[in-house]
Every structure is written in C-alpha cells, then in structure tokens.
Design a protein around this ligand. Structure first.
Ligand SMILES: *[C@@H]1O[C@H](CO)[C@@H](O)[C@H](O)[C@H]1NC(C)=O
Length: 524
C-alpha cells in the first residue's frame, strides 16, 4: 500500500517536473502596493513558464499570452470614501487599527470579489482546474476556501513580516514575550509593560475571534465558497479544515528588515521579489535634475494610498516654504501642481521610485514607511525619514529607526519644522547612510534572489502535491497538550488519589496500632 503511494507520487513528480502548471493568483486588495506584490508574483510565475489566472482590481495592460486576468475593480467601492486620506487620519475621524472593522472589511471585499461576474464564471465552470492557488493573506482566512474548490494546494502570500496571526495557520502563534503583533510599534527586546501589552493584544484578539470573528469568517466561507465546492459534487470540508490546510506561507520581508524569530519550515521570506532586476532608466528631464543636484536630493513620497492632495492646506504651504529654505534639491511626488514653487523643488505626478532611489545623488527618502517603500530603501541602501500614518507603517518606521538608518517624524500640524530638522540630521550625520548601506548588503547576501526562491517553493509545492512533509507537527496539537495541561491534570489526580490511599492505609495501620497499644497516642 505504502509502496504504491510512493510509486504514484514519484510518477506524478516526474510528470509535473519542468512542466507548466496552472496557477490561480488571488490579490483583490484595492491598493496599489498590494497590486504591486501581486504583479510581482505573476511576473515571476510567467517567467518560469506557468499559466497564470490573476484576480486583481487593477487593469493589466497588454497581458502576455500565458496570463488571463480577471478584474474585480468593484472592490474599490468597499473602501470608505475618506478612509485613507491624510486629513481624516490626522483628525482621528477614523480608526483603521480596529481588528473587528478590518475583518468585516476583508469579508466584504471577498464578497464583492466572488460576486463579480467573471469570478462567478471561473468558480462555476467545472472544466476549470488549477494546480495551485496563491492568495494574499489580509486579515481573512476565508480565501483558503478557493483552493478547496479546485482541490489543490494553497500558498499564502503575506505582505508583511511573519507574525502570530498568520503563523498560527501553519504552526502556532508566536510567543508575545519576544514577538510583536502586526500593528505594534514595539521592537524586541520588550520591557515589562510592552511584554504585558503584547500578551494582552494576542489574548484580546484570540478572544474576539473565538466569540465573534471566527463566526463571521465561517459564515462567509459557507455562503460564498461552499456552494462552488458542492456544485462540483464534492463534500465541502469544514472551515477549520480549509483554513489550517495551507501548504506554505511566503512573506514579503527579509531578515534585513525583520526580527530574527524562529520560523516553521513551511514559511519562507521572499522580500524584495517585487523589485525588477533591472532598474528602468530615469526620464531625461528627471535624470538631468538629479545629475545636477550637487547638494544631494531629498525624495518625498507618501506612497500610493495616501494622496498628498488630501493634506491639510496649511501643511502643504508650510512644507513648500520649508523645502525652499534647504540647499538640497527636492523631488516631491504630488498629484497636483502648486503655486509659488521654489526653484529647488520639483513636483512629480508620477515617480519612477526604483530609479530615483538608485541614483547616487539621493541623500534621503522621506516616506510614509509602507513596507514596499521600506524594502526598496533597504534594497537600494538609502536612509529614510518615516512619517507613519497607519497600520504596519508605525512598526516599519520604529524598526527602521531601531536599525539606525531612519528617523521618525510625526504626522502633525508642525510637520514642516520637524521634517526640516530631521533632513538636516540625516544629511549631515553620515551614520544613517552607512547603516543603510550595511543593511543593503545583508539584504542582497542570499543564496538565491527572492524571485528565484519564490518560484522554487511554488514548484516544490506543486510537485509534491502540497508539500505535506513541511507541515509543522504543532499545527494540530491543541493548546492544553502543548502546555501539558493534561499531564498536569493526571499528576494532580495521582497526587490526590495517593493522598487518599495513604490516608486510608495510614488510618488502617494507626487504628491497628491503636488497638494494639491500647490507645496510648492520639492520631497524628
Ligand atoms: C488540503 O491540501 C491538500 C494539498 O495540499 C489538498 O489536496 C486537499 O484537498 C486539501 N484539503 C482540504 C480539506 O481543503
């Protein structure tokens, strides 16, 4: 029996070796940075010869022959109108870091995705088959059910460093004494209060999941995905069966920007894979500006989610005035033209970020501290000034500061003055640039490039039908067994039984003694 199984596996490995596989890539997040991560995955898979179906909210211009895109632009509608404007965040009219809200939003996003006609068609067609599903994990385990439709392995792609919420899907939650939550700005080693805080966060979220959010996710799975599984004549697995069934997690981070925690075999870091090997050259005019900037260049970009045009007017005015007073050339990625531009300031509607970051005259990158921008800064070895706005940006910036290649400036109404001081410090004190270069060296010193590593694990999972050998034995060991609570219970019971037994035996002996000695001594 076992030998037959092994034989079948070998034959299937031989058959799939070097062959193109059909892969479904699911990245419905309506955010450019997440889109870039999805695009990066697709690019590497296509280069490796695979046939890719790509669920994305973005229009993919001129898809190559082996790529089929399925557009789910309706997901843009689920983001509340003013959710990501700088002003609404500064004025605290919204709170994004609320886990309940996040899970609700992600469930809505999946609903919108699944209800899109093209997706319905894809999921409903019994002739559609895939060898692998790669889905982005974004505060929802429900997309795991998509792999169950096609009865194929699943790989999670995580946009951030490994963290307890995702690791518990393939192994176990990490220890909050020395690993922090995805939204936390703390960097280990943690002090007493930070440790207590991390434990509290993990316990709180686990409790909320248990009493509320797991139910929301399970309902979404049952309503949105189970019908497609049933339609294929299969017995739909339970939500827990699919959510804990991922073959691997590939995280968009690397040790150069993350904590050196112990990780399960089924987790790999592929941070930096989204950056093209060959940097496209700067446009002529921009190249001239950068080449001629003898005092260095300050590049200021708040990423693609946060439009600088949503900044409060007074901040814009102060920033422009301040930039006019510094000696560096300033490249400001901004969506509108401004009046009264100082001669050293240049507005860029669109910025070829990798090309700018790789220019030798770049002195500092002023960024919101999104993971992609932070990764790119490390990739090209440039120091940053972080102005974190939401989610993991606080953590990224805190870590970058800790690693010595960054300064943090708070997003506030006194931004311009504080930014000016930070620019002065980073451009005059060489330690920031040095540290950035050092980290860049660590970042590039790997056995293979991250894109190559990603393709390797994708092929490995396909070849080995889900790589069950990488699965952590911790995954299906319940908490009480890990903590040996059952052993503790057995020991307590044994102890109690022994005590009772001893008492009985002792009692019997003593009473015998008593009757023998005529009751000289009282019971002891
Ligand atoms: C679990 O994953 C394996 C492959 O990794 C797949 O063949 C199987 O169908 C999955 N099971 C469920 C219940 O989704």
């Amino acid at each position: 029996m076992e030998r037959e199984k092994v034989f079948c596996l070998l034959v299937s490995i031989l058959l799939t070796c070097g062959e193109a596989s059909k892969i479904l890539v699911v990245f419905p997040m309506p955010s450019r940075s997440h889109g870039n991560l999805g695009d990066g995955v697709v690019r590497h898979l296509l280069n490796a010869g695979h046939e890719v179906t790509y669920i994305t909210p973005f229009v993919y211009k001129n898809p190559p022959p082996k790529l089929r895109t399925i557009e789910v632009s309706a997901t843009f509608d689920i983001i509340p109108e003013n959710m990501m404007t700088i002003k609404s965040i500064m004025d605290r009219t919204i709170v994004i870091e609320n886990i309940g809200f996040l899970i609700y939003m992600m469930t809505e996003m999946l609903k919108t995705t699944v209800e899109t006609e093209a997706v319905q068609k894809l999921f409903n067609d019994p002739k559609e088959e895939f060898d692998l599903v790669i889905a982005e994990w974004m505060f929802s385990d429900v997309p795991a059910g998509i792999a169950a439709i096609y009865d194929c392995p699943l790989i999670w792609l995580s946009s951030v460093e490994a963290h307890w919420m995702i690791l518990q899907l393939v192994d176990q939650p990490t220890n909050p004494a020395y690993t922090v939550d995805i939204m936390s700005a703390y960097t280990p080693p943690l002090n007493f209060w930070q440790r207590a805080n991390e434990l509290w966060t993990q316990m709180k979220i686990k409790f909320l999941n248990f009493v509320w959010l797991d139910g929301v996710q399970e309902k979404a799975y049952n309503e949105l995905l189970v019908p497609f599984i049933a339609k294929r004549g299969k017995q739909p697995p339970s939500f827990d069966e699919v959510r804990y069934n991922a073959s691997m997690i590939l995280s968009n981070a690397y040790i150069s920007t993350s904590v050196a925690q112990s990780l399960p075999q089924s987790h790999k870091y592929i941070g930096g894979y989204h950056i093209e090997e060959k940097v496209t050259a700067l446009p002529e005019d921009l190249k001239k500006i950068m080449d001629n900037a003898k005092n260095g260049v300050v590049y200021f970009s708040m990423g693609s989610n946060l439009k600088s045009k949503d900044m409060p007017e007074e901040i814009k005015r102060d920033l422009l005035k301040m930039f006019g007073t510094i000696k560096q050339t300033v490249l400001w990625k901004f969506e509108e033209q401004l009046a009264n531009m100082p001669s050293n300031v240049h507005i860029l509607k669109w910025a070829p970020q990798p090309a700018i970051l790789s220019h030798p005259n770049l002195a500092v990158f002023v960024t919101h501290g999104g993971l992609l921008s932070t990764t790119e800064a490390v990739h090209f070895g440039v120091p940053i000034i972080g102005i974190p706005v939401f989610a993991d940006q606080f953590m990224n910036v805190a870590k970058s500061v800790n690693r010595g290649f960054a300064l943090k400036v708070d997003l506030s109404y006194s931004l311009a003055a504080e930014l000016k001081e930070a620019i002065r410090e980073v451009t005059t004190n060489p330690r920031y640039a040095q540290k950035a270069k050092e980290l860049s060296e660590i970042h590039h010193d790997r056995p293979v490039k991250p894109g190559v590593e990603m393709v390797h694990w994708v092929n490995h999972v396909i070849k080995t039908r889900g790589a069950p050998h990488l699965r952590s034995p911790a995954l299906h060991v319940p908490f009480y067994q890990k903590m040996y609570l059952d052993l503790a219970a057995v020991l307590v019971i044994l102890f109690l039984v022994l005590r009772v037994l001893l008492k009985i035996v002792c009692g019997a002996l003593c009473s015998k003694k008593k009757s023998n000695t005529g009751g000289k001594k009282k019971k002891n």
